[in-house]
Write a protein that binds this ligand. Structure first.
Ligand code: SAM
Length: 158
């Protein structure tokens, strides 16, 4: 498979996994946390899916498209681990975390996602979801949309 095909599949799996989880959040209280603002594409999608929820955004840099700049008070600039611990200490709880960190080097990215897993888990409400492009440790993966390869995009319910 060409890298272009692989990229398109990953983007499709990402969007379809978020769309699949969205109606399942009904009745669950909590905010949404976007980990990895990047260009702001998935943040923009989350804003469409969850217009009534507070969406926190974590990234070490603000480099997004001008139309996707989060409100200042909801953008947490810095290293994820500290930002998540800070949210936890402030009593923030999430019904959904979307994890989109990744450099393209599997070993490095997977070590990072596993290391960060407990920092994510502490802020997710019981029954809440983590949707992720990288594997998490200590969370039970569930089957998402039929056409999404569970090794390509992962859904966990806590
Ligand atoms: C793949 S990009 C996110 C793409 C974005 N979701 C989009 O749709 O445009 C990953 C982002 O995560 C950020 N990032 C990676 N590791 C991080 C960490 N440990 N703490 C904070 N930000 C991190 C990078 O700065 C980068 O902007």
């Amino acid at each position: 498979m060409s890298r272009l095909d692989s990229f398109l599949r990953r983007m499709g799996a990402q969007r379809d996994s978020l769309n699949w989880v969205a109606p399942r959040l009904e009745g669950l209280e909590g905010d949404v946390i976007e980990m990895g603002l990047g260009n702001g594409r998935t943040y923009d999608h989350l804003r469409e899916l969850f217009p009534d929820r507070r969406i926190w955004v974590i990234d070490r840099a603000l480099n997004c498209h001008p139309s996707c700049v989060p409100p200042e008070e909801l953008f947490l600039q810095g290293e994820a681990e500290h930002m998540l611990d800070d949210l936890h200490a402030r009593g923030v709880r999430a019904a959904l975390i979307h994890y989109d960190f990744g450099s393209g080097t599997d070993m490095v990215d997977q070590a990072e996602s596993r290391r960060l897993s407990p920092h994510l888990a502490q802020v997710v409400v019981p029954g809440g979801y983590v949707v992720s492009g990288q594997p998490m440790a200590g969370m039970t993966q569930m089957k998402g949309p039929d056409h999404v390869d569970p090794a390509r995009y992962m859904i966990y319910q806590l």
